[in-house]
Design a protein around this ligand. Structure first.
Ligand code: SAM
Length: 233
């Protein structure tokens, strides 16, 4: 998979893209991550990317020319995937959306700043707008880092051999069951007996019950229909 990110602050991705699962996946060739400064495509001497809004009002708006030029250059380099604008007005980013995106050969993430993009970019260039939540960030960079992390860990080979994204929260519409490790007793708090029993069927049932109870308590909106599906965890 190839992911291109368009931003005014490429250095913001050095940490999130250089470490941990995303960093290792990039180093192993599971994903090709490229970060581009669309200021490099500004046409004037001052490399201007923003201007005051028509009609007045606070803040600055990102001009269309550098963004169009940056995307056209990515298209010319072979990137055929959708152009996704990180925006508080977009479709909510969920695990299902992450899975959808993980199935693509690639995509471009466009990070806004200031008051956002000139609407002509959204209307005539952007394929989809995605929001990571009902709050306003100062820029699309943290949202792009969230999307890349959630998508990359779903790619085959991104997680270690013994880890599977199929067992995690949201994978079957439930929050995940609780985990415990050694010691079996810590400050008087014991690990649930069943986990020490070696009875795999009992452990599977306990985890399923825990996942259902947790989801019903914290996220009842996710549980519709889950009680009768007899899922695997
Ligand atoms: N004026 C815009 C509004 O009220 O809808 C907010 C602009 S915000 C300060 C600057 C940039 O941050 C946006 O262009 C977008 O790229 C990004 N951004 C802000 N909140 C976001 C969110 N919840 N999800 C994804 N991107 C977000």
């Amino acid at each position: 998979m190839r992911i291109d990110v368009l931003t005014l602050f490429p250095e913001m991705f050095e940490g999130p893209f250089g470490r941990s699962i995303v960093g290792r996946a990039a180093a192993a060739g599971v994903v090709e991550l490229r970060v581009h400064n669309f200021r490099d495509h500004a046409a004037d001497r001052h490399r201007t990317v923003d201007d005051a809004p028509f009609g007045g009002g606070p803040g600055m708006v990102l001009k269309p020319e550098p963004v169009f030029a940056a995307v056209e250059s990515l298209r010319a380099s072979g990137q055929r995937g959708p152009l996704v604008y990180l925006s508080p007005k977009g479709r909510s980013f969920t695990q299902a959306v992450a899975r959808e995106m993980a199935g693509q050969a690639g995509f471009i993430l466009l990070c806004g700043r200031y008051e956002g993009l000139d609407q002509r970019v959204v209307d005539h260039l952007v394929d989809e707008e995605i929001s990571i939540g009902d709050y306003v960030l100062s820029g699309g960079e943290p949202a792009a880092a969230v999307v890349v992390d959630a998508v990359v860990r779903l790619l085959p080979g991104a997680l270690g051999d013994d880890a599977s994204p199929d067992e995690e929260s949201f994978s079957d519409g439930l929050l995940e069951y609780p985990h415990y490790t050694r010691p079996a007793e810590f400050r008087g708090w014991a690990v649930p007996e069943v986990l020490l029993s070696g009875n795999h069927e009992a452990i599977r049932r306990w985890r399923r019950e825990q996942a259902l109870a947790l989801t019903q308590t914290r996220r009842p909106d996710l549980t519709r229909g889950q009680e009768h599906t007899g899922g695997t965890r």
